[in-house]
Design a protein around this ligand. Structure first.
Ligand code: AMP
Ligand code: GLY
Length: 455
């Protein structure tokens, strides 16, 4: 087949052939929004085993593996893909953008060097310190003995973090010094964290509400999306173990997060970080996700991620107006300044995660799911598939089954956060599977329930 002509003119094409990388609820939400873009001519998915993705995108025809990205490069050439949208951090850390971005193919998501802002918390701290971005004080240790000696000199239990990628499991917020010491041993001894556990941070523990901020950027221009709040603990009242996220909502109301705070974050956190990366020769293109704590001394960065949040993304896409594919293409090709019509709806959005029995430690898989059609038919409800599959063989053939810890995302839009939550809860009830776990108090800070504190 003839090689495609390089597109020297980098204006934003009116027809885009899109490849979406990733297979969870976040990616189903991205596919849902991309499918609504007038510019999308064809869309492919690396994960057609997710029934939500299979309904919206064509399969690539081979199994995705970060160790075999060359197969994706061949696919991109063969299918004349214009835009690759990368959902999760794993492929970014593996250098998917470095490999696939070319004159003819734009990749939404930073290069491997850019993704280091997420994959190396010690380096992220250095970037923040260099740019005077507010973040909790931290010390880096490469061995357990040094970390334990430092712990002894402290009066209260600090936060302990593995510096590398640890699938959300590398952060410990211990209540006691003994627990803090145990966390140090967990990270440093044995091989539980692999390379991610070669180094750890001991970080000052902060207090305050947490907010997630998402900045689309092309390395120079910045477009800040909605503020969101995630709910990482498994149980009501922010109790129980940390999870990948049990629900989210947006936008965060003024009583917690006002326009002045957003302006401060843009000025003191987002812009200096993007500028600092550029000084390090990293033109960061994609989304920069700042996990912030709003302390008495102002907003501070707990972490940066190089991708959309999951489940925050499932909320964000509900309010975004306009051609999403063109927006992501503009970010990937340094043309964000040309997007003039970016708007967000006035909806309030709540996402409730339905999780499997045993999540997060040991989720039960393969359980039949009922009631999705009924839930989807409810007004203002969208269901995204996070960990489901359709049984292909045997007596259960054709049945939708659980295939992960986080199973489904129930997303509701309404005029207020309270109404959106009521709707989402009604839909969450209608969906049935054995052992279903979910939080009924998502968005409690916005709805004005009694303020709780993590134990
Ligand atoms: P991270 O992955 O760094 O965002 O951390 C996961 C969770 O741990 C955050 O969402 C916070 O709830 C908590 N956390 C992380 N760092 C701190 C800190 N310095 N002080 C208090 N809580 C923290
Ligand atoms: N919502 C948390 C994360 O995506 O890391």
């Amino acid at each position: 087949m003839p090689m495609p002509k390089p597109r020297r003119d980098r204006s934003i094409p009116d027809r885009l052939r899109v490849l979406l990388v990733g297979g969870g609820g976040r990616e189903h939400a991205l596919a849902w929004k991309l499918a609504q873009s007038p510019s999308v001519e064809a869309m492919f998915t690396t994960h057609p085993s997710n029934p939500g993705l299979a309904a919206l995108a064509q399969p690539t025809g081979f199994d995705f593996s970060v160790r075999e990205l060359y197969r994706l490069a061949q696919f991109v050439t063969h299918e004349r893909i214009d835009l690759v949208v990368v959902g999760p951090e794993g492929p970014l850390a593996a250098g998917i953008t470095d490999l696939l971005a070319s004159d003819t193919c734009a990749v939404f998501g930073p290069t491997k060097a850019g993704a280091t802002i997420e994959t190396d918390k010690a380096w992220a701290k250095q970037v923040m310190h260099g740019a005077s971005v507010p973040t909790p004080d931290a010390r880096i240790f490469k061995d357990a003995a040094g970390a334990l000696a430092h712990l002894e000199a402290r009066e209260t239990a600090p936060v302990i973090k593995a510096t590398g990628l640890a699938a959300g499991k590398g952060v410990f917020v211990p209540k006691t010094m003994d627990e803090a010491a145990a966390a140090i041993h967990t990270i440093m001894d044995g091989d539980a964290f692999g390379n991610a556990g070669r180094e750890l941070l001991i970080e000052e523990r902060l207090q305050g509400p947490e907010v997630s901020i998402f900045a689309l950027t092309d390395g120079r221009n910045i477009l800040i999306l909605d503020s969101c709040q995630d709910h990482k603990r498994l149980g009501a009242g922010d109790a129980g173990p940390n999870t990948g996220g049990m629900g989210a909502y947006c936008p965060v109301p003024e009583k917690i997060f006002d326009a002045k705070m957003m302006a401060t974050i843009q000025r003191e956190i987002i812009v200096p970080t993007i500028d600092a990366l550029r000084r390090d020769d990293i033109e960061y293109r994609g989304v920069l996700y700042a996990g912030l704590m709003l302390t008495h001394a102002g907003p501070k960065v707990l972490e940066f991620n190089a991708r959309f949040g999951d489940p925050e993304c499932q909320c964000l896409v509900q309010r975004m107006q306009g051609d999403f594919a063109k927006l992501l293409y503009a970010s990937a090709t340094g043309q964000l300044a040309s997007i003039e019509d970016f708007e967000q709806s006035n909806d309030a959005v709540v996402c409730i995660v339905l999780a499997s029995a045993g999540y997060p430690e040991k989720p039960t898989l393969g359980v039949p799911i009922m009631g999705i059609d009924e839930a989807e038919a409810m007004e203002g409800i969208t269901i995204f598939h996070a960990g489901t599959r359709i049984e292909e063989h045997g007596p259960k053939a054709g049945q939708l089954l659980t295939a992960g810890g986080r199973v489904l995302n129930v997303v509701a839009t309404a005029a207020t956060i309270a109404d959106a939550r009521t709707k989402a809860l009604a839909a969450a009830e209608v969906i049935q599977f054995e052992g279903k776990q979910y939080r009924r108090d998502i968005a409690w800070q916005a709805v004005g329930e009694k303020v709780r504190t993590a134990p």
